[in-house]
Design a protein around this ligand. Structure first.
Ligand code: GDG
Length: 478
């Protein structure tokens, strides 16, 4: 029997669910944390369903398509070799550091590349099988950059969009990659290639001109077969109304109070929530905070830093090293500066349900988001959405995409520890009026540019650019 086909197909590395075993031994699906899931789920709902193709995690398990809370999900199985080569290797130890300013050193291995190609091909074949005639396929993120062209070869009738959730590096860094041309050509299979920031789109177009030799004009690329590809910025956002509603709920208000009490009702709570990733700048921020305590600017009776480090990519060596480094640092800081019942840092290596996240955002006076490089950073936006009383301070890295919009945050260079220290102190000492002025402006931005607006603008552009007959070539090109 031919499979049921769909008008909207989402292709992403991960399915938006994790397999969990209950104490009874029964296996259930649980919605997983992570930027992509948070962003895409409302999009599918507004498009009346569609189907989501992705890896459910784990090795070798072959699972049938299933429905979860109204979403049609198609699990792609991965062998142990594919997980090591495609996911842990090429995606997370080659592309991830390369696309994040070489915060860690990328490794280049030919066997990893072979697995990357193989997995991309399987995802493209599955999308080709499940897409209805003239359907729209939206491919996500750095793990699947070859899918657009592979899919176009199989199904030229489709409208194909691609969105990169992480930064796209400048040519000087990207050209280190031995497979740079293949990746660019893979992306050019899409009608629309979306990025978080205009700079990233410009990097891509420049590289296509230099490395592939296609003609370009502003944000358009002209292919020899007559197709036009557009590269543009679509800064991602959050479900602001949903977070706001959650933050106002009696249960979250109560829980925020309990969190403050459990921490000993300090004058100020600093908060960091990040996947435990070396791009997020956790180590340097904790050092900055601890130096303020050591130097007597802050006291453990007055202030505490709550750091939630969400477990991530634990099979990749650099992530294991990072975890050890951070946990050693936290131990040292608490050993040196803490008093009985009063740690300087309350460190939690775990993930939480969404309402606990909202309670933490509500409980915290100063949210500290200091990545060395980040495509957007949704945590910063979620904090703002949850500050319904228009108070609280956001200390934000200049190198997070979110800094382009949240200009009223205390913006910092995460490489400058002294600069971070003064921003933390300024935020700590800020007058309520100043906090409200800044927070009100940021809340306005977030409520106007939410995830629905993001998805709608990407989809609208995709309809416009993907007609294959539009966008006549202009007379001049660069
Ligand atoms: C990538 C890009 C870009 C985290 N811990 C828990 C939890 N989360 C949720 C947060 C937030 C999301 O995960 C994290 O998103 P970020 O944007 O902060 O970071 P990445 O995971 O690195 O995401 C990033 C994003 O994609 C989207 O395009 O912004 O630049 O790197 O939504 O709330 N959610 C729950 N429990 C947790 O413990 N429920």
């Amino acid at each position: 029997m031919a499979p049921v086909t769909h008008d909207l197909v989402i292709v992403a590395n991960r399915l938006p669910v994790d397999r969990e075993t209950l104490p009874s031994g029964r296996k259930v699906w649980r919605r997983s944390p992570g930027g992509l899931v948070t962003a895409i789920e409302p999009v599918m709902r507004t498009h009346g369903g569609g189907v989501w193709i992705g890896w459910p995690g784990g090795a070798g398990q072959k699972l049938k398509p299933f429905e979860d809370d109204g979403l049609s999900l198609v699990p792609m199985s991965m062998s142990q070799d594919e997980i090591e080569g495609h996911y842990e290797g090429f995606s997370n130890a080659t592309l991830w550091p390369l696309y994040h300013d070489l915060v860690a050193k990328p490794e280049f291995h030919r066997e990893w590349w072979d697995e990357y190609v193989k997995v991309n091909r399987r995802f493209a074949e599955k999308a080709a099988e499940l897409a209805a005639k003239n359907a729209t396929v939206w491919v996500h993120d750095y793990q699947l950059q070859l899918v657009p062209q592979m899919l176009r070869d199989l199904r030229p009738d489709l409208r194909i969009g691609f969105y990169l959730h992480i930064p796209f590096p400048p040519a000087e860094l990207f050209q280190q990659l031995p497979w740079r041309r293949q990746l660019l050509e893979g992306l050019l299979g899409a009608d629309l290639v979306g990025f978080q920031l205009p700079e990233a789109a410009a990097n891509f177009v420049r590289l296509v001109r230099q490395r592939v030799g296609h003609k370009t004009h502003r944000d358009l690329v002209y292919l020899p077969d007559g197709r036009t590809v557009r590269a543009a910025a679509f800064p991602i956002s959050i479900d602001s109304a949903g977070f706001e509603e959650l933050a106002r709920s009696g249960q979250v208000v109560q829980r925020a109070k309990e969190i403050r009490e459990a921490l000993g009702n300090p004058r100020r709570i600093f908060l960091g929530i990040d996947r435990l990733d070396y791009t997020k700048g956790i180590y340097a921020r904790l050092r900055a905070f601890s130096e303020l305590m050591r130097d007597g600017h802050l006291d453990v009776e007055d202030a505490v830093f709550v750091q939630v480090a969400v477990p991530s990519r634990e099979q990749v060596e650099q992530y294991r090293i990072l975890r050890d480094d951070i946990e050693r640092l936290v131990g040292r800081i608490n050993g040196d500066l803490g008093r009985i019942g009063r740690p300087a840092i309350s460190y939690l290596h775990t993930s939480y349900p969404r309402d606990e996240m909202a309670a933490l955002y509500r409980a915290a006076d100063i949210m500290v988001v200091t990545p060395y490089r980040d495509g957007m950073n949704l945590v910063a936006k979620e904090y703002v959405a949850c500050r319904v009383e228009e108070d609280g301070a956001l200390v934000l890295s200049e190198f997070a995409g979110a800094a382009e919009e949240l200009k009223q945050a205390w913006l910092v260079n995460p490489y400058d520890i002294n600069g971070m220290k003064s921003a933390l102190l300024d935020a700590y000492a800020a007058e309520p009026k100043e906090l409200t002025r800044r927070m009100r402006a940021m809340r306005k931005t977030i409520s106007q540019h939410d995830v629905k607006a993001w998805a709608a603008s990407f989809m609208t552009e995709l309809e416009d650019v993907g007609g294959h007959t539009k966008n006549p070539r202009p007379a001049t090109r660069s």
